[in-house]
Design a protein around this ligand. Sequence first.
Ligand code: HEC
Ligand code: HEC
Length: 498
Amino acid sequence: MPLKLKPLKYLLSVLTLLAGTQAATAQGLFGFPLGPQQETLDPMEQLGRELFNDTNLSTPPGQGCVTCHAPEVGFVSPNFFVNQFFGPHFGAIPHRFGPRKPPSAAYAGDSPDLRFVADPAFAVNWEGGVFWDGRAAGQLPLFPESDDSPEFDPLAEQALFPFLNPVEQNVANEKIVVRKVAFSRYRRLFLQVWGRGSLDFQDDEVVARAYDRIVTSIAAFERSSEVNPYSSKFDAWLAGEAELTEQEKLGLWLFENPFDGQSLLTPNEDEGRTAFPQGNQGKGRCGVCHSELPGPNDEPPLFTDFAYHNLGLPKNPDNPFYFMPRRFNPDGRDFIDRGLAPTLETIGQPDNWTPSGAITSWQEEIDNAEGRHKTPTLRNVNKRPFPGFVKAYMHHGGLKSMKEVVHFYNTRDVPEEAWGEPEVDFGNITGGIVGDLGLTDEEEDAIVAFMATLSDGYQSPPSGPQLPQLPQLPTPPSPPSLPTLPSPPSLPTILPFP
Ligand code: HEC
Ligand code: HEC
């Protein structure tokens, strides 16, 4: 497919975008305030909130975590133009792009360390980690060899990278980040949380620890009730405090995992069972990977298996990463997003790794990871400030609507649909449960409607006693009609000049 934007045109649009975003950062795009500080946050979470929202922590200043992970859209990019025309979001230097779209920074705190699952019954071998490719694997120690005991946390580990990433916040080194925090208006809060001397940027050892404190605080915020409120209509329905519409229930019915013998609609929702044909339960197969069931200890569903799959998505031809200089993208337009594979190359063969199924060597394990990306949560996947606001979906942001995503799952393998060559094909593309689902148009819409119930901030309609009918107001008396004015005397006819 030809690239839709020529470099110059693309540069111009970037500049236009930038003009829009500078104003957007403090306020949230479209002037939505970032929301009042929640009193329920403890000091550590509040500190994380300050750091997350601080757009001074970039070079040049202007970009913070919140720029690419904004609450009003479910902690992804709030930039309409980026979502519509690119997918990936630009960095603090606005003509620099990474290869991927920001996934949600919410509901990410339960992902375990990246690990090999040695269970032959398990169709996927790797789970956990943070980032689309799991490279924040939970293997980097925070607070190593200090009085604080070393900690491993993939979510905090993730936050080590954006500040220093040249295609993101672009700060030259940790010391500059710490220095900026030391001169911030939340400096006192930092010292209150972490103690005196915890921000001393003159001392290299303290700088390294201060940087660990920064990312630990951010992870605390990302795990807080403000970022993970579980306040969607779906959650209210699970708690018996809201009703799903017939269409939303049908969507859930089609969405569910048909192989686990469970349904959220039975037995407590008998009407769901009878209203929709039994054979259609799980027809969309979505729940196989985006698990809709509560956890073993009744944790609310997160709609992800934390595992990695190659869905056979075609490339996003509008991905600006193809234009990036060799320093960032040596492959130019031939760039292939290998997903999990390079992560496995980096972490190396774990002790518990064993050959399984068709895979007989570690190299084959890596090959099998090519093009696999982590299943994202679907919470807030439809959260948008107004109905026409475009969000970008999948790791490269190439799909632009929920309907398009469902249609892809439904028809990827239907030749007439011509979805295009998969970006990566190592014989590991998920088949069977994805690709030709035979969903009707109405069924696709129902799945979309169900996913729309996963947006936080649901306000249940006011219940309680019916308000008394207001008495009819008497119709005001009609004003008295004005007396008709006498018509003016007719003017004498002017005689035409002779
Ligand atoms: C320029 C845009 C941008 C900025 C700024 C940014 N991110 Fe991201 N974020 C991304 C992209 C793109 C990814 C996916 C990268 C990948 O998978 O390779 C991502 C991934 C993540 C994830 C992983 C979610 C998951 O489930 O895998 C978290 C969490 C996150 N970012 C938090 C942060 C924090 C915290 C900051 C600030 C320190 C930040 N981001 C700054 C774009 C951004
Ligand atoms: C085989 C596992 C699997 C199945 C089955 C599956 N998904 Fe996904 N889903 C994924 C993975 C993996 C991704 C990310 C893929 C990528 O970007 O390469 C994804 C991405 C998505 C996204 C994009 C989210 C975002 O933030 O960009 C949506 C929406 C989605 N899936 C909905 C569905 C629906 C609806 C169904 C059922 C019709 C479904 N999925 C079935 C694994 C699966």
